[in-house]
Design a protein around this ligand. Structure first.
Ligand code: ATP
Ligand code: MG
Length: 711
């Protein structure tokens, strides 16, 4: 059990009594050390599995910890997030503390926020909806009520994604809708649990009898509310082990603070404090950049930094790439990802990390265009997806039927059974073409099939009922199986995780640090966020930025200041500038077509265009259109049928703007169609013939006939 640990990690694992605090940098094996500590304690008979509560930051991390504990022979230990641990207790004690059943937990805010916005007659697009939802979350964790929101925004100089008065109105309506429907949201869970444990000593005692030992990972980001909950769980005991890295504090904006970690010794004078510096995750090249970044850091967290020492073989230098504009950056990234996959790196071992969720879209598009599977983190929880729930029902039914199905050959085992059941729900051995809803559905079902395969490998001879039980357990803990696609995630949601290849994109001033980081502390937090991003990479690390937002736009952006002195060719600022290695490239491969085209101008008034939508149209939104209306209508009719055929939303075929541009240009050849923005090579191949036929005057039916022949 202790063989896989170095001497300091072993010290952590064997310090089973009293308070323990591990202060260590990224990739030094903190999570590994505490997992082994628990398993060692259980095997040695010192810890009762049921009396240990391990708390980690994300559901995925908790799931991974449970997996590792099971492998180490300590399966009975609870590993949860603060939220899921609180929710379980809330569910259990609600009837006694409040009476009746716990109100249903709202899994996703977005839908209800959309409804609230609609009631307020405010239109939000998909990205705004996400942003407003997280704004409501921020308000709740900082305990800002709707009426105070605009004032707080003004006071903290916070950049609100919309007019603060509008957000306040949506937020208030959201809370009302929640009450009317008697549902609670994620943030309510902690607030209510703390309230109950505080008020009801009998219930607090009950919880304390159950849990004797506590382990907290990522302790630098514990919020005051979470700390309060932890204190209530502990009572007057100090059987607590915390691990964290002050340099990875990235949730200060929610009120979290590394003070709890850094002051641990003061609160617990007898604490065993262990420091780890060997980095087992990343190559010396990646570690060198990580150390260089921290070398420029300021503030309390930075004073406690430890220089990391890589334990791995050397690898490639980090790649720094400057692109002309965002779509080129996304295309270039997708191209490199395809190359990595071709070179044998599994898609599931690659991540694209960005600062804000709204950056994902252009990468989703580029990866879909490149035919690369991907998964979005922070999107709908796996087990909440309609197709996964349906699949669960089907599997349960089959398990009850108990293998009487004559279609199934017993010798083929569990995965074959699962494939047979799921093929009735839309699974097939090959994925459907393109992106969109049908593809998402397939990816979910494929993930379940893979889960069954892994499960069978781990437990040979397992039955369908065993698998159903496993799924229930995972669903309860919200631990989704890893979908074998490239991960698209925000830097925040990437903490604690690691991949072979990491692409840090959009590293421009304004995005990293983000515009609304104004104070020194806020800037330092942004730097730490980049440090978290860099240290997710085991082997390949790519950092990129683009000079303009849109093709032809003004190339007025500058690369992130945090890379000064680190990326080749830049001037160091601050005290310690290390050379980053790796050559700077200006967009790999051939220069994308649209870069050469020069600034886009309105073909009616000649004004330079910067808005992406206007650029698609090649004219200002309000300049008169010379569009062939009848042609536009026919294109739309054709699109509706095609979208249905391929099971994707209409905009996945072509957006309205692209159809308008086509109806204005009336292209007569593939070449003319190809230059219209929004018609990439893939779409040209798939839809070009039909679109040109419609432009040439064919009816929709005729054009669709042609498509059918094509297929
Ligand atoms: P973070 O700060 O990012 O959460 P961490 O300190 O928790 O990182 P881990 O995730 O526990 O680090 O470990 C990083 C990687 O190094 C993992 O792949 C882990 O298995 C490996 N590792 C850690 N310690 C050792 C060791 N003693 N021997 C071999 N591999 C190790
Ligand atoms: Mg960790």
């Amino acid at each position: 059990m202790l063989d896989g640990l170095d001497p300091e990690q072993r010290e952590v694992a064997t310090a089973l009594h009293g308070p323990v605090c591990v202060l260590a940098g990224a990739g030094t094996g903190k999570t590994r050390a505490i997992t082994h500590r628990i398993a060692y304690g259980v095997r040695a008979g010192i810890l009762q599995p049921g009396s240990v509560l391990a708390v980690t930051f994300t559901n995925r991390a908790a799931g991974e910890m449970r997996g590792r504990l099971r492998q180490l022979g300590a399966g009975g230990v609870q590993a949860r997030t603060f939220h899921s641990a609180a929710l379980r207790q809330l569910q259990y004690f609600w009837p006694k503390a409040v009476g009746g059943d716990l109100p249903r937990l709202l899994e996703r805010k977005v839908q209800l926020v959309a409804e609230a916005a609609a009631r307020c007659r405010i239109r939000l697009d998909r990205n705004e909806l996400r942003d407003v939802s997280s704004e409501i979350e921020w308000s709740k964790v900082t305990q800002t009520v709707p009426a105070d929101y605009p004032a707080v925004v003004a006071k903290t100089q916070r950049d609100a994604p919309r007019d603060p008065a509008e957000i306040s109105q949506i937020y208030a309506t959201y809370e009302e809708l929640k009450r009317d429907r008697s549902v609670i949201d994620f943030e309510d869970v902690l607030l209510l649990t703390v309230a109950i444990l505080q008020d009801r000593h009998d219930i607090a005692d009950h919880v304390r009898r159950q849990y004797q030992h506590f382990v907290v990972d990522e302790y630098q980001d514990v919020s005051p509310l979470q700390q309060r909950l932890l204190d209530l769980w502990l009572g007057d005991r100090d059987t607590l082990c915390v691990v964290g890295d002050a340099s990875q504090t990235i949730y200060s904006f929610t009120g979290a603070t590394p003070d709890h970690l850094l002051n641990f010794r003061t609160r617990h004078p007898q604490a065993t404090v262990v420091k780890l510096v060997r980095d087992y995750r990343s190559t010396p090249q990646v570690v060198h950049l990580a150390n260089g970044l921290l070398g420029q850091a300021r503030g309390r967290a930075a004073e406690h930094r430890l220089e990391l020492v890589s334990q791995r073989e050397p690898g490639p230098d980090p790649a720094y790439t400057e692109y002309a504009d965002e779509p080129s950056e996304a295309e270039g990234t997708a191209r490199r990802i395809r190359d990595l996959i071709a070179a044998g790196v599994p898609a599931g071992e690659i991540a694209v990390l960005y600062r804000v969720n709204s950056q994902s879209e252009v990468y989703e598009q580029a990866l879909a265009d490149a035919g690369v599977p991907y998964q979005l983190r922070g999107a709908e929880r796996f087990f909440e997806r309609a197709e996964v729930r349906e699949a669960g029902v089907a599997l349960r039914g089959a398990a009850r039927a108990g293998g009487n199905d004559s279609l199934l050959d017993d010798a083929e085992g569990l995965p074959a059974e699962v494939r047979a059941v799921l093929s009735t729900k839309g699974w097939a051995s090959e994925p459907p073409a393109g992106s969109g809803a049908v593809r998402d559905r397939w990816e979910s079902l494929a993930a379940l099939v893979r889960l069954a395969e892994d499960f069978e490998r781990a437990r040979p001879g397992a039955t369908l009922s065993d698998l159903v039980a496993e799924l229930d357990e995972r669903a309860a803990a919200q631990h989704a199986p890893t979908v074998q696609g490239v991960t698209l995630a925000s830097l925040h949601s990437a903490k604690g995780l690691e991949w072979d290849a990491v692409f840090l994109v959009g590293l421009t001033e304004g995005m990293m640090p983000i515009t609304y980081a104004k104070t020194d502390e806020q800037i330092e937090e942004e730097r730490r966020l980049l440090y978290v991003g860099v240290t997710r990479a085991r082997l390949h690390l790519s950092l990129s930025w683009s000079l303009a937002r849109s093709p032809g736009g003004r190339a007025g952006r500058r690369p992130s200041r945090f890379l000064n002195g680190l990326r080749p060719g830049s001037v160091p600022i601050g005290t310690r500038g290390a050379a980053g290695g790796g050559g700077i490239e200006r967009g790999p491969g051939p220069v994308p077509k649209r870069v050469r085209r020069g600034p886009a101008r309105c073909r009616v008034c000649g004004r330079t265009l910067t808005d992406a939508g206007e650029m698609k149209l090649m004219r200002c939104e309000d300049c008169p259109s010379d569009m062939d209306e009848a042609l536009y209508e026919r294109l739309r009719d054709w699109r509706a049928v095609r979208a249905k055929e391929i099971g994707q939303p209409a905009y996945c075929v072509f957006t309205d703007k692209t159809l308008m541009a086509i109806a204005e240009a009336v292209p007569g050849s593939e070449g003319e169609l190809a230059v219209i923005s929004g018609v990439g090579a893939r779409k040209l191949g798939r839809f070009g013939t039909a679109v040109l036929a419609i432009c040439a005057g064919e009816t929709v039916e005729e054009a669709l006939g042609e498509t059918a022949d094509e297929m």
